[in-house]
Structure formats: C-alpha cells, structure tokens
Design a protein around this ligand. Structure first.
Ligand code: GTP
Ligand code: MG
Length: 456
C-alpha cells in the first residue's frame, strides 16, 4: 500500500473530479480538554467540517469519531481507530481523510502510512477555501503567506522522511544529496515567505494612506463583524440600497452568498442616512471556530480597520441553533484583535427564519451572560426594508450618544468652514446675521474641535 504522497497531493487540495472527491471525516472528542463545551458542541463542529469539505468540492461519505481523555501523540487517535479508518477508507472508496483538528506533521505522516490515503486537516480546508475566494491582491498575498507558513513544516517533514527512505522519487540517490536538496527547498520557501511579508507590508502601507484620509474626513466608522454566513454582506448591501451615496449603487454592492467565507476583503461604503447624518460602513471577512492562527495573523492588516471603528455591529444568524457559540467565537477574535473596548451592538439577523415568531425589527435587553456592558441587542432581517431603516436609526443614536450641541458664527468669507459643517455635523438652526451665518449643530467632539480651529 502506498504510504507516501508527493508534494502535489499535499499542496493541491482541489480535486479534479466535479462530482466531489469522496472523503472520510474524523474527529476526536477530547474529554479532558476545553476545546468543546459538550459532546453536542463537538458534533456541531463536525457538521461544520462537513460544510468546509463540501465548499472544497469534496463529498463526505462517512464520519468517524473517538472519545479520548488524551490525544495520541503519534497518531492523534488510538492505533485501533487508525486501523478502522484504513478499513473504512477501503469500504467507502474514500480518496482522502480529513481530521477536525490541526495535526502535527508526524501525525499526518503516520496516519497516511496506516490508511494509505492522503490525510488533511480542518486548517488546510479553511486555507483552501480562502485561496479559492481571494480576489484582491492583498487577500491573495495574505492567503499565500498563511498557506506557506502552514505547509512549510509539513512539506519539510515529508521530504525528510522520503530522504530517509532513500528518496521516494528515486531522484535522490545518496543521503548527502537528499539533505542538500532539502536545504535548497527550505531556503526557497523562506525566501518566498520573506517576499510575501514585504509585499503585504507595501500593500498595507497604501491602505494606511487611505485610512489617514478617512480619519481627516472625521466621519465615524461602523464595522460589521461576525461568524461566516451570518448576513454581514447582505446588511451592507441593504444599507447601500437604502442610503448609498453613489448613483450607481448596484455597482457598489458587495458579494453575498449562502456559503462559508463568501467575503475575504474589507469594503467600506459611505452611508448617508440624512443631511449631516452619515457614517462609513465596513464589511469584512467572517470568522469561524478554530480559524487557523496563521490566517488570523495574515489577515491582521485587513482586520485592522476594525480596531479603529467607532461602533461594532456583531452580526449573528439568529436562526442558527449554535448562535451562542458563534457569539463566543466572534467575541474572542474581537478581543484578540484589540477591539474589545469599542462599543458594540449585537445584531440578531435572519429573524424571518426564526422558529418562534419574534416580531422584528425590535431592540432587546442586554444579555450580560454573553454580552459586554456596552452591548445592546437588535433583532432584524436584512431582507426587510423596515429593519434596515431601524438599524440605521440605532446606529445613528449610538454614534450621536456622545455628541455635543454647539453654536457657531461663520464669517461670510469662510465658506469652506460652512461646507465642512454641512458635511460633518447635523445642523438644527441656521440664521443669516449681519457678520456671518449663525448655526446650531450637533456633532462629535472631534468635529467641534476642528470647526473651532478652522475659525481661529
Ligand atoms: N432569510 C434570510 N436570509 C438572509 C438574511 N440575511 C442574509 N441572508 C442569507 O444568508 C446567506 C449569507 O449571507 P452573507 O451576507 O453572504 O453572509 P456574510 O456574513 O457576509 O458571510 P461571509 O462573507 O461568509 O462572512 C445569503 O444566502 C443571504 O441571502 C435574512 O435576514 N434572512
Ligand atoms: Mg460576506
């Protein structure tokens, strides 16, 4: 039985077969670990693994689980289970085995030896989906960096084994040559990793320039965040439709779809609720439990916008029975990004799909068990226009909560100040007086400060 697989099989996950490559899913419920809250939670994560596999054009034909107090160092599962996996793979004619957790290079190697099939893990599936969906240059670079960081120890581990076996490809005849080749491969990977890091830095510098420009405009930033498939992009599009400033609003829309990780880039659009009441809305990549660390790292520059938001909208699919777990995962990533102190509204979306007929749109009480102090719950359906205007009014109320009311007298030769006020403040009174235009406005403290400075 073939025990080793070439770099191509590790590198390329995309099966050529359109029908979907038959795969077996495997997971361990580590009873002594704190990875899963309960057995049901563990089973849910296996359902999720199945979704991820389908998104990679694979067809799960069987799922094998094992309950263990401790993970087996060499094989992840006990050896008896590994033998069972090999039998099942034969029986179901599976072409690959996918584990629910990240396996070490040596575990992958040992499992491949026993099962005679390529063995992959959850992380690899997520990386593959990201790779397929990446569109912008930045996302593509970030995905390649994450993938290469993940694959480096695995490829090197595989080559080392092959070399020890005298060269599986037959090309490497002596041990000395094999080691030399390995060193070259290692250096090639390291060189590419360095290149990628440099390019990402360059792209994020461009992003930084855009960010500075935005900060100067003084317009508040509201960020949509949440678990993948919660409906963030749909909310973004409904907002653009209702309040977009572009006449060609349809062209400014973002991609929404019933699939995991539909969005990989951050998009920012101006939302104009009414004169003087505007904000920027950002839509970004969704989260999932066990999001590979290398991906979170690589996507930090995309997610950096989040740390500068004035308000976070955590979008939750209210019709999903695991909504609470999704909230917990999202919260921990928000914290990891350093955005834990930003005021947040939890938006329970897809109310139209909820079993018990909750009336929507409406606001709810704080749920202190899952939400922070500054949290508030809103129940909406992104597909309902009334919900969208309701959400816009909640956002405005939150953004204006620490606004100041202030009066100015603008000399007639300072039209630029008046223009700035019209753009950035809500004007409640205007009077044309002898020595200038009198206005009473409500605006952010920073905007008031800027107006005063301009008038000096
Ligand atoms: N019935 C119903 N479906 C919705 C609602 N909001 C979104 N959807 C659907 O849910 C699916 C996912 O929506 P997206 O907006 O792409 O989700 P997302 O949060 O942007 O997902 P990622 O980009 O993967 O993070 C799409 O098929 C939407 O049409 C809603 O309020 N009601
Ligand atoms: Mg999206």
């Amino acid at each position: 039985m073939a025990a080793f697989f070439g770099a191509d099989e590790i590198w390329n996950l995309n099966p050529s077969n359109d029908e979907g490559e038959p795969v077996i899913l495997a997971g361990v419920y580590n009873t002594d670990g704190d990875e899963y809250a309960s057995e049901a939670d563990f089973l849910h994560s296996l359902d999720e693994l199945s979704e991820l596999a389908k998104a990679c054009n694979m067809t799960p034909v069987h799922t094998l689980t094992q309950q263990l107090p401790q993970i087996d160092k060499a094989l992840y599962v006990r050896s008896g289970k590994a033998e069972e996996l090999a039998m099942l793979a034969e029986e179901f004619q599976a072409e690959r085995i996918i584990f629910n957790d990240t396996l070490s290079p040596s575990q992958i190697r040992n499992l491949q030896k026993i099962t005679g099939r390529p063995v992959t893990d959850r992380t690899r599936l997520i990386l593959d989906i990201f790779e397929r969906r990446a569109r912008s240059r930045e996302a593509k670079l970030q995905v390649e960096l994450a993938k290469l960081s993940y694959l480096k120890p695995r490829l090197i581990g595989m080559w080392e084994t092959q070399n020890r076996q005298g060269g599986a490809s037959g090309a490497l005849s002596s041990k000395g040559e094999g080691e030399k080749q390995l060193e070259i491969d290692r250096r090639t990977i390291d060189k590419r990793l360095a290149e990628l890091r440099r390019e990402i830095k360059e792209v994020s510098r461009e992003r930084e320039t855009q960010r500075k420009k935005r900060q100067r405009s003084g317009m508040p930033l509201v960020s949509l965040l949440g678990y993948t498939n919660a409906g963030k992009s749909t909310i973004m599009n409904s907002m653009i439709e209702a309040y977009g400033t572009d006449t060609l609003a349809s062209e400014k829309k973002v991609f929404e779809a019933d699939m995991v990780f539909a969005t990989l880039d951050t998009t920012i659009r101006k939302i104009h609720v009414e004169k003087g009441r505007e904000f920027l809305l950002s839509d970004t990549v969704g989260f999932i439990r066990h999001l590979p660390t290398s991906l979170v790292e690589a996507f930090k520059s995309t997610l950096e916008e989040v740390t500068e938001a004035d308000l976070l909208l955590q979008v939750v699919d209210a019709s999903d029975e695991y909504a609470k777990d999704h909230i917990a995962v999202t919260k921990s990533i928000i914290k990891e990004l350093g955005a834990g102190d930003i005021p947040m509204v939890t938006v329970y979306n897809k109310s139209d799909l909820c079993r018990e007929s909750v009336s929507f749109p409406r606001r709810g009480l704080k749920e202190s068990s899952v939400a922070g102090e500054t949290n508030e719950n809103v129940y909406i359906s992104a597909r309902d226009p009334e919900s969208v205007s309701f959400l816009a009014s909640v956002i405005m109320e939150k953004l204006e909560a620490d606004n100041v009311e202030i009066e100015f007298l603008i000399p007639y030769d300072m039209g630029n100040v008046l223009a700035y006020i019209m753009e950035n403040a809500s004007v409640s009174e205007t009077e044309y007086r002898e020595n200038g235009t009198y206005v009473k406005v409500s605006c952010k403290k920073s905007v008031a400060g800027k107006i005063s400075k301009m008038l000096k």
